[in-house]
Design a protein around this ligand. Structure first.
Ligand SMILES: [Zn+2]
Length: 432
């Protein structure tokens, strides 16, 4: 069979197969519908992550921030961006947006001439039910798993079959998270529990799991943005007096702060494990620009293996392909029963690395332990472009595996449903 023929067969199956999208930051559809006119600008889609590339290419943060303001006219927004556009139009971040614009609004590129037209089409498509239309009809996504950034630990969604929800568990153990950086008082307030010591704090954590544990699909932490991932099992005797210091707003040393976080991290992880909720962890590359500590990232693979050993019953999902340590991730998932690889966000960070990762993973580790898609976007529109890049990459990886003689066509066809949705269905069904 020629390579073209192999590709055609695989492509057909990959494009017909829906994804379970295992990571998004979508707000509720009704929140989007409430925004109108200039308050909801299509260019907001560029903020994550294309904006990071623009800043890397030299656009100043101050100028970029002006493109977020509703009062800035579209032409001025484009004035700010366009000098840098040619420098970034090659990247996955940009391609995802351009593909979305093409598929949703039938525009081929961005120019002064079509800024208003895109805005008009963007607002036209935004009607009740547009989340479902875009996800199912344009992105062929069956359902999403949402990590809400609405400042709540768990979002009780209006579309529970379409937008499954993660519990954002960072405030249970850390006081550094910018999105959910609640004080002890703020976080315990909805529970009605007065926190006087660490036992009360355990009760608060338990309350959240009791309330949301059965509806959630997983728990999620992006705490790797704030610290190392070397969470140690610190005993309660050590953590309890430090908790009192935090409660009384006394100064904690960096070591004390770490010990308390470590202890509470494991308390929350063990509790999630009782509920059979997988633990999704941000690993690898940082969103944003000019702030990624590569020395810390380098240690992550070792920290992940320590975690797997520390909690053999816990199912870990290591997100973002741990880029640029995806080879290490393959080794971790191959070796540890409780480790799973998620390629969310990865297809647009480095599409070719993602393709090669998938290709190598499938001849290295059990195929049941990989989740191949998560858009990682706040805008549902942008998921369309990301899903297309992922399908291209999956098609290419599988085609190469057959063409190079590693697997035969029947074998790769059999892998498509598991890697695109069945693995996710099984892992997050919480019945295993
Ligand atoms: Zn994310």
């Amino acid at each position: 069979m020629t390579k073209e023929k192999i590709q055609k067969i695989i492509q057909e199956k990959v494009y017909l197969t829906p994804f379970i999208d295992t990571h998004e930051h979508l707000c509720e559809e009704s929140e989007r519908l409430e925004k109108s006119g200039n308050d909801d600008c299509w260019m907001d889609m560029l903020r994550p992550y294309l904006g990071d590339d623009l800043i890397s290419a030299g656009l100043s943060m101050n100028d970029f921030e002006r493109t977020w303001l509703p009062e800035t006219p579209l032409s001025e927004k484009w004035n700010i961006i366009s000098p840098y556009w040619n420098f970034v139009k090659n990247t996955g971040y940009t391609k995802a947006i351009l593909i979305s614009l093409k598929k949703l609004y039938d525009v081929d590129n961005i120019s002064y001439d079509n800024l208003e037209l895109i805005q008009q089409k963007y607002l036209e498509l935004k009607k009740k039910g547009f989340y479902k239309t875009i996800l199912r009809n344009f992105a062929n996504v069956k359902s999403c798993q949402v990590n809400s950034l609405a400042g709540k630990l768990f979002c009780e969604t209006e579309y529970p079959d379409l937008l499954m929800q993660d519990i954002s568990f960072v405030p249970m153990f850390a006081d550094t998270d910018s999105v959910l950086g609640e004080s002890i008082e703020g976080f315990s307030e909805p529970t009605g529990i007065k926190v006087n010591n660490i036992d009360d704090w355990y009760t608060v954590i338990d309350w959240y799991f009791e309330k949301y544990g059965k509806d959630a699909v997983a728990v999620k932490s992006q705490n790797a943005y704030n610290r190392e991932m070397n969470y140690e099992r610190v005993p309660k005797e050590k953590a309890a007096p430090i908790f009192l210091k935090r409660l009384n707003k006394e100064k904690m040393s960096p070591d004390e702060k770490k010990q308390l976080e470590d202890h509470l991290f494991w308390y929350a992880v063990d509790k999630a494990t009782e509920y059979n909720l997988p633990i999704k962890l941000h690993t690898g590359y940082f969103a944003g620009a000019n702030g990624m500590p590569m020395d810390r990232l380098r240690n992550i693979p070792g920290e992940l293996t320590a975690m797997c050993i520390n909690a053999p019953k816990t199912k870990f999902v290591f997100m973002h392909m741990t880029y640029p340590y995806q080879n290490e991730l393959t080794a971790i998932v191959k070796h540890h029963t409780n480790a799973h690889a998620s390629m969310c966000w990865a297809w647009i960070i480095n599409p070719i690395a993602a393709k090669n990762f998938l290709k190598e993973f499938l001849v290295t580790a059990p195929a049941s332990k990989i989740l191949t898609f998560g858009g990682d976007y706040g805008h549902v529109e942008a998921v369309v472009g990301h899903a297309e890049i992922a399908r291209r990459g999956i098609t290419q990886a599988l085609t190469e595996l057959v063409d190079e003689g590693w697997l035969n066509i029947e074998e790769v066809i059999e892998l498509i449903e598991p890697i695109m949705y069945k693995n996710a269905e099984r892992l997050f069904s919480r019945t295993i």
